[in-house]
Design a protein around this ligand. Sequence first.
Ligand SMILES: [Fe+2]
Ligand SMILES: [Fe+2]
Length: 481
Amino acid sequence: MSNTGAIDYDSKIPNNVQLSADRALQRALEKWLPQYLEWWQTMGPHGFQDLEVYLRTAISVDPEGWAKFGYVKMPEYRWGILLAPQEEGRTIPFGKFKGLPVWQEVPGEFRATLRRLIVIQADTEPASVEQQRFLGRTAPSLYDMRNLFQVNVEEGRHLWAMVYLLHKYFGRDGREEADALLKRHSGDPDSPRILGAFNEETPDWLSFFMFTCFTDRDGKYQLEALSQSGFDPLSRTCRFMLTEEGHHMFVGRTGIERIVRRTCEVMQAHKLDANDIEAVRTHGVIDLQNIQKKINFHIGVTEDLYGAEVSTNSANAYHAGVKGRFRETAIDDDHQLHNATYPVLKYRDGAFVTVAEPALNALNARLCDDYLNDCRQILATWNKIIKAAGINYELTLPHRAFLRRIGEFANLHVSTQGEVLSHEQWQARQDDWLPSDADLKYLLSLMVESKPEPGRFANWISPPRAGINGQPIEFEYVKIH
Ligand SMILES: [Fe+2]
Ligand SMILES: [Fe+2]
């Protein structure tokens, strides 16, 4: 077995799973490869396929120093099948089989559950590439353009990771699911992506940063829960994906931070009032109100990705040892949830109340709570910047029931403050909480096509604190000229 983490880059499909030892699998994946490349060319980054981009490629799955940086044309990127090393003697950490050795093959009775979880995760990977395909031409800098493309090629690699699992462990159904992953497309009315958030548009860079900050962060929580799985190949796959996910969230979090910083700098220099949106816009930066509305939108649609707060599907997956909790092994309890309860927010008789549900049924609510705690800490770092600039404004998370289409609050209209509204009230006031047509138009007006010079940044965003891989900020991250 491949316990070393060493990657074979000599074969057509780079891998650390000894693909050459399984001829049938190798042939099947080599057949999928041209379909994938065709998808990348038509649905991937638009207009930048021939340029050299300073990208990292994994050369080992060792947690330390796994990346090599260099100029690559994206269609020539070496997408590989990379799993974290197998842990000797790993046992199932939770559920009814807790303590038994992990499975190296799919247990027949959980086959359908596992396949569904893998397909749902897999579908998000190409979806985000499709959502972001037109952003390259309005990149605020070469640094940001490079980060976008890095995220894109790695989402492509995540797709490879999931397709490997489908092909290797799920036979013919798995191969069919792998083909279907290239046939559904984000926002396609006839054949959309599976989850709502992955059919939304990412038309501007604020949306891109919000997506990588908040929706990739959902990915972190889902992958962490899947990396606890008793099905060891899934666990190992997700563990390595998580190391890549860190950079995606960094791009999002620091992207918004740089926008907030720039706005505050301009507001401070011109002594602008926090509520004077028009004055802020006159200076060509993004008003904090618009940032708040985008937060509301992205948090709302991302919360839905956790599914219904109370769910027997997730209870079953946990009981079966297939999908755990966030950092399961670090939690101090029986890991079987006998007699345990978990507080879940619900709307009952005209009021929001907390109900103690059996913990086994409340796993989605718990995972979403873990996620929101993370988000709350990020907002606090942005608020520090605003406060330090002497500006009287605070970014906040919207109420849990805001903008929900799935779960407990799916049929309610709720303000960001938790006021329950009639349909008419919602219609009349939704522009207070979500970007209005005018807000979006203003954002798009800032997204100008340009040929960025090394070291130059659009007016609405601050430069980063440091470059990528120790390179200077003015490094030529994309060879565009
Ligand atoms: Fe991903
Ligand atoms: Fe990601």
